[in-house]
Ligand binder design. Structure first.
Ligand code: ADP
Ligand code: MG
Length: 485
């Protein structure tokens, strides 16, 4: 069995406590590898390395052109290693191989985007009413602590590292304990592509023992987190003492709204794709499916029938459309919601473990119909292949139900009537709203939530902003005496 080391200050190292923990293949439940079980002392070492690198400036004071070139090389490395990385990603998190391939390509695109953006970070001249040159300059925020989830392991690492590096920050990244392998493989190329030691550090470990010390660390200037609301709150509290900058991308219970005038077949596919992609382990999953009463029965029948045809299997097989959930813990969490749902609503498809699977954390794509928006399966993020279908009578009721949630990450609306579709778009309290589609996500566009789905925006120019400070520089050009003393 393979033992990985983590990456601190340009070296592959074990945890100082010499402890290890296993990571699994969720389709076989077998141990895939062991990784270092980092504790606070390892986090200290990683933060010290990042701090030192930042202060010495090998990265932060490198020209933006050179930093951009190195980001391009990171992208090239991902592309040249894509097949192996995708396979490892799939084995570690259970997503279908085609989805992993897509994710690795997307991660490369993210490094390319921010490689290009590195040279477009610009200051301004401010038109103050004085004989002066008043400038605003952009500078890296410093050391970034980055904590990511297990649903898109390498892609989430890219979303965090690429904008931070483009800004000139040094990073300590903690992958999710379930899925650290692809990031560790990627680190094997960091020296070769030209990242100076300490620029990117990877600490593998659990939330309480490795994540929490990173979030609270006084030498970390900014913490970026993607994960659950519950942990997001802890991060915000941990960051408060040192007043570090925080961005949080948390969960969702996103509405996917279908009006009767939507194209029916596309709508059914959009509903299924919106909620079941990546086994439903998606923060923007369209897990509340709102359907206009006029088409409700036909819709729920067609959707349920098609859900039953989704092919589950080994995620390494190309025909597989849905793999296992990531872990035993997640399997138990999702199956407990299946029992809750059966008490609260009408089960129309799935509802348990698929037959013929002796091993692996497989759950059937599940459709609950006639769900009340107050039901737990309509309010709580399940993070698995579970759809709650809710009928509505008219546009205003659809809007009311859609916004009746503590979350506000995403929403989608399906209609051929552009007036109606845009009225709904404007009414949605959500950070991303799709029209006649759901889930396409591009690095050029902002990503993040309203309400308890977090704060800050990733991707695009918004993403790099979160890693930049603004310095005002006031240059006096007036040789007259100063002030009134
Ligand atoms: P899930 O429960 O689905 O795994 P989490 O929000 O718990 O989602 O985990 C997302 C990331 O947050 C993981 O990298 C995890 O290790 C980390 N994490 C969990 N608890 C904490 C914590 N108290 N402080 C910092 N990070 C944490
Ligand atoms: Mg957790």
């Amino acid at each position: 069995m393979k033992r990985y080391l983590m990456y601190i200050n340009g070296q592959f190292v074990p945890a100082r406590g010499a402890k290890w923990f296993p990571v699994y293949d969720p389709s076989t439940e077998e141990i895939l590898a062991e990784v270092p079980d980092a504790g606070p002392e390892d986090v200290d070492a990683a933060v010290a390395a990042a701090r030192d690198a930042f202060e010495k400036g090998a990265w932060s004071k490198m020209t933006a052109q050179d930093r951009g070139r190195i980001l391009f090389r990171m992208a090239e490395k991902l592309r040249s290693q894509a097949a192996a990385l995708a396979k490892l990603e799939t084995r570690n998190c259970g997503k279908p191989i085609a989805e992993s391939e897509y994710d690795i390509a997307d991660a490369a695109t993210c490094f390319e985007y921010y490689g290009g953006l590195a040279t477009k970070v610009m200051g301004q001249v401010n038109p103050v009413p004085a004989n002066a040159l008043c400038l605003s300059m952009r500078e890296p925020v410093g050391v970034a602590g980055q904590i990511i989830p297990w649903n898109y392991p390498l892609l989430m690492a890219a979303w965090k590292l690429a904008p931070a590096l483009a800004a000139g920050c040094c990073c300590v990244l903690k992958p999710a304990e379930q899925t650290p392998l692809t990031a560790l493989e990627f680190a094997r190329w960091f020296e070769e592509v030209g990242l100076p030691p300490g620029t990117v550090n990877l600490v593998t470990g659990f939330g309480e023992t490795a994540g929490a010390p990173l979030a609270v660390h006084p030498q970390v200037n900014k913490v970026a987190f993607t994960g659950s609301v519950e942990v997001g709150r802890k991060i915000a509290r941990a960051a408060a003492d040192s007043l570090k900058r925080v961005t949080l991308e948390l969960g969702g219970k996103s509405p996917n709204i279908f009006f009767a005038d939507a194209d029916f077949e596309t709508a059914i596919d959009g509903a299924l794709f919106g909620v079941f992609i990546n086994q439903g382990e998606v923060c923007s999953a369209g897990s509340r499916i709102l359907v206009e009463r006029k088409i409700y029965t036909k819709f729920t029948e067609a959707m349920s029938a098609k859900a039953k045809t989704i092919r589950l299997g080994s995620p390494l097989e190309r025909e597989t459309k849905m793999g296992p959930l990531v872990s035993k813990e997640q399997y138990e969490r999702v199956t407990s919601y299946l029992e809750i749902g059966k008490r609260e609503a009408k089960l129309c498809a799935g509802g348990g473990r698929p037959s013929g699977f002796g091993k692996g954390f497989y759950v059937e794509p599940t459709v609950f119909c006639d769900v009340d928006n107050r039901a737990r399966v309509a309010r709580e993020e399940i993070f698995g292949p579970v759809a709650a279908v809710i009928p509505f009578e008219n546009e205003s009721e659809a809007i009311r139900i859609a916004n009746d949630t503590h979350y506000g990450l995403a929403a989608a609306v399906w209609s051929r009537d552009i007036f109606k579709a845009f009225r709904v778009v404007k009414a949605m309290r959500a950070g991303i709203v799709w029209v006649n589609t759901m889930q396409p996500t591009y690095v050029e566009a902002p990503w993040g939530g309203y309400k308890q789905s977090g704060y800050g925006r990733e991707l695009g120019p918004w993403g790099i902003e979160e890693y930049l400070e603004t310095k005002q520089v006031f240059v006096n050009l007036d040789e007259a005496p100063i002030g009134w003393y």
